[in-house]
Ligand binder design. Sequence first.
Ligand code: GDP
Ligand code: MG
Length: 168
Amino acid sequence: DVETAIKVVVVGNGAVGKSSMIQRYCKGIFTKDYKKTIGVDFLERQIEVNNEDIRLMLWDTAGQEEFDAITKAYYRGAQACVLVFSTTDRQSFEAIESWKGKVEDECGDIPTVLVQNKIDLLEDAKVETEEADTLAKKLKLRFYRTSVKDNLNVDDVFRYLADKYLER
Ligand code: GDP
Ligand code: MG
């Protein structure tokens, strides 16, 4: 009985909380100034879905997304994707379709989820709730609002992707 492992890429503009989300989910911690550990491409966490052990490998970037310089090696073999924007960053919201296109070009049609992070900062919101809902509908994506800081809905994002992957 071979264990199922899923490579998940977490993409979106810089500073939306991608590295924090990976740290939160895999290590259970949140730090204000997370710096990528040199030499580590991904962190992993094992979960059980339908009595099956699933190993989720969450791939992080070292900030190359800021320069539009993510390499093919990052996307290679990815089986699921998290598209992240930030509640407080309008540009990160407007960049979502472009990120989705990049992932599709490299990986084809893989289970994907849309995430609005930093929901704890709603008072500083630069994106209307309705706009985000509309984008999710347009792109036909499951949509989650998370706070990595407050550990809100983060587990749900990855459980959804694991479920979706298994039901292919
Ligand atoms: P990345 O560039 O997408 O990997 O973003 P980082 O994980 O480095 O996060 C950028 C900044 O946002 C850091 O200062 C994080 O502590 C902060 N951050 C991440 N998630 C949240 C969140 O849910 N709420 C708040 N308030 N800050 C967050
Ligand atoms: Mg990062």
